[in-house]
Design a protein around this ligand. Sequence first.
Ligand code: ADP
Length: 431
Amino acid sequence: MEEKVSLSLFYLGLVVTLIAILLSGAVFSLAYRDQVEQDLQRQGELLSCAYEDLPDDAALQKFATNDLRITLIAADGVVLFESQANADTMTSHLDRPEIVQALATGVGAGRRTSDTIGAVEYYYAKRQSNGNVLRISMLAQSVLQIYGRAAPYLVGIFFLLLALSVAVAVLLTRRLLRPIRRLPAILDNPDAGATYPELVPLVQELRAQRAAREQMRQEFTANVSHELKTPLTTIGGYAEMIETGMAKGEDVGRFAGKIRKESDRMLTLITDIIRLSRLDGAPEEPHTESVDLREIADGCAETLAQSALARSIRMSVTGEHTTITGNHSEIWEIVYNLTDNAIRYNRDGGSVELIVTPKAITVRDSGIGIPPEHQARIFERFYRVDKSHSRATGGTGLGLSIVKHAAERNGAQITLHSTVHIGTTITVTFP
Ligand code: ADP
């Protein structure tokens, strides 16, 4: 952004400089032309006065210089005197506009560009009391010549202004961006300074988001601690009974079994937390793998076949092989968690269907269903409709938040239909 702003300012400076040089050149050359014309007129008037008192026409020669050319023309166009050439060889001057004008109105002026030397000749002609026309002329530089002579200066000025506009662009950009650069500091500390009023809503929004994230993290930490504390307390209790000898005989084995069950639960919870935190971070694997949904559905059904069988739940997979683009292990995670829930929140002898359609997979169960008031929240971390049921079936409360996260990362949409006592249908549609 800084580079872009700097460059824009620099280009602006460049264009303004060029326009300024061209315009001031044009104005200057106009003023110069005016000046030449005025000078010529003044000298013409002076010479005209002097002419009245001259003994003869040839005496005009002493007023002529290298720059100032003097011509005297009779009313019939014949050249009577010419300071820079021989008047006798010259043709009639009645075709010169300034002479015609002077003969008609008393004075005439004009200028002609000489193609051969690129200069401009200025003329001033005045009719004298004896009827002759006295004309003086002067060669002046054309606008282009003036530019040419001024070129080294102009180039110098141009580069100076260029350097100046670079410096101004850099400084101005720094100043413009300072309130934006300050944003992180302002986010941390409202007293860190002011930013642009236009950015205040953004700062407020970011602060609110940050506060929400912070709260979520705190809640998550509190939940995790609580979830870990429960099995640990149980483990501690059973271990103590064994330690103090309160548990005798076959109780020891039973308690050890409970200890193992609780530690299994902790392990599952920790595994889920690790999965979730991986889903929070940057993707480790690409999301551009070709994933066969049918293959994943078959794999999950096979992996979970044992737990379905234990409750006489019929499991079926239907649909053609269809490939989508995404991350294989994350999509496996989605299907696995949905199928696992469909079994755990089912009734004995119920059914679970995995239906693969192009770009989507549906998991349908004939289970306990989810009451409408809970449906919006079950994807939150640790949210459970019935905590004891979830715990009893080995749930952690994180399964659906893993599903939601993984779906988001693969650009998938989740839709949920559930009726209490009838069952639940969850469809994940991939882009
Ligand atoms: P858990 O580990 O408790 O299953 P989940 O995040 O997977 O956590 O699910 C959150 C809650 O949503 C569950 O506790 C359960 O109450 C409800 N739930 C999820 N799937 C189903 C389902 N297929 N049928 C009924 N309730 C479900």
